[in-house]
Write a protein that binds this ligand. Structure first.
Ligand code: 1GP
Length: 257
């Protein structure tokens, strides 16, 4: 595609789908599966999450090193669900040709240019070649930050400084990103504070994703009411046998409010 065609450029299929669902349902839920949890029955968990009402399956993990393991997991999930499978890459190993889309993300508050732009430069060409739909996203780590904060060499934004989160979120929007993701880190003891979600939402004109440490419908609802358009949970499905019910509980609390 030459630059002249760019004027006719439209949103990709998966992005369009996500925006439609947000519009129709107020807030949506995405399920994150980490291919490194080898004991997990990925296809079954994804299918149960879909039945519970999750809008898409995200696949990725902070320490994922094997692209071939990722391929197998993505293929298995693709066979089991109709909702899109979106990559959530941690590094060059986080790209699989079998996925529908990829969060083409930059860790905006990393202190290392590798996570800001270099890993994107290393993977951009194959993403285009494979025809995986890229969804540009600004990723911002707050509070504890978990493994993502540690590996990504982030300078996590303190919970009591929402104004800093506003600055990074808006910088992402003005740089042309389509989504902003406030991440407390997988398994965080405290999710992103409501005041931070509220303040970012007040200024932001693009959809806001919030994840990290969200375990139940109540906390998901409070975060959605504060302004999150997308709620991501990961650990939840690793800790329960009742994937469908637990996801359905969250979805019922955040959608059609
Ligand atoms: C991590 O935000 C996601 O990237 C999900 O976090 O595992 O705590 O649900 P949890």
């Amino acid at each position: 595609m030459g630059w002249k065609d760019m004027r006719k450029w439209r949103l990709g299929r998966v992005e369009e789908y996500l925006l439609n669902r947000i519009e129709e349902e107020d807030a949506i839920h995405l399920t994150l599966l980490d291919p490194e949890r080898v004991e997990m029955a990925f296809a079954e968990v994804a299918s149960e999450a879909e039945k519970g009402g999750t809008a898409a399956i995200m696949v990725g993990g902070s320490t994922l090193a094997s692209q071939s393991d990722l391929d197998e997991v993505v293929k298995a999930i693709k066979k089991a669900v109709k909702v899109p499978v979106i990559l959530f890459p941690n590094n060059i190993s986080g790209v699989s040709r079998y996925a529908d889309a990829i969060w083409f993300m930059s860790l905006l508050n990393s202190s290392n240019t590798y996570y800001l732009i270099d890993v994107q430069a290393l993977t951009a060409r194959i993403i285009k070649q494979y025809g995986i739909e890229p969804i540009p996203m600004g990723y911002i780590i707050v509070g504890e930050g978990g493994a993502a904060g540690y590996i990504g060499q982030a300078r996590p934004i303190p919970y009591d400084h929402p104004e800093i989160a506003v600055g990074y979120s808006l910088a992402g929007e003005l740089l042309g990103m389509h989504f902003i993701y406030l991440e407390a880190g997988s398994g965080a003891k405290r999710p992103v504070p409501l005041e931070m979600v509220r303040m970012v939402k007040r200024y932001l004109s693009i959809p806001l994703i919030v994840g990290g440490g969200i375990r139940d419908g109540d906390s998901a609802r409070r975060i959605a009411e504060s302004g999150a358009d997308v709620i991501v949970t990961g650990t939840l499905v690793e800790e329960t046998e009742m994937v469908r019910e637990r996801i359905a509980e969250i979805v019922s609390q955040i959608s059609h409010r």
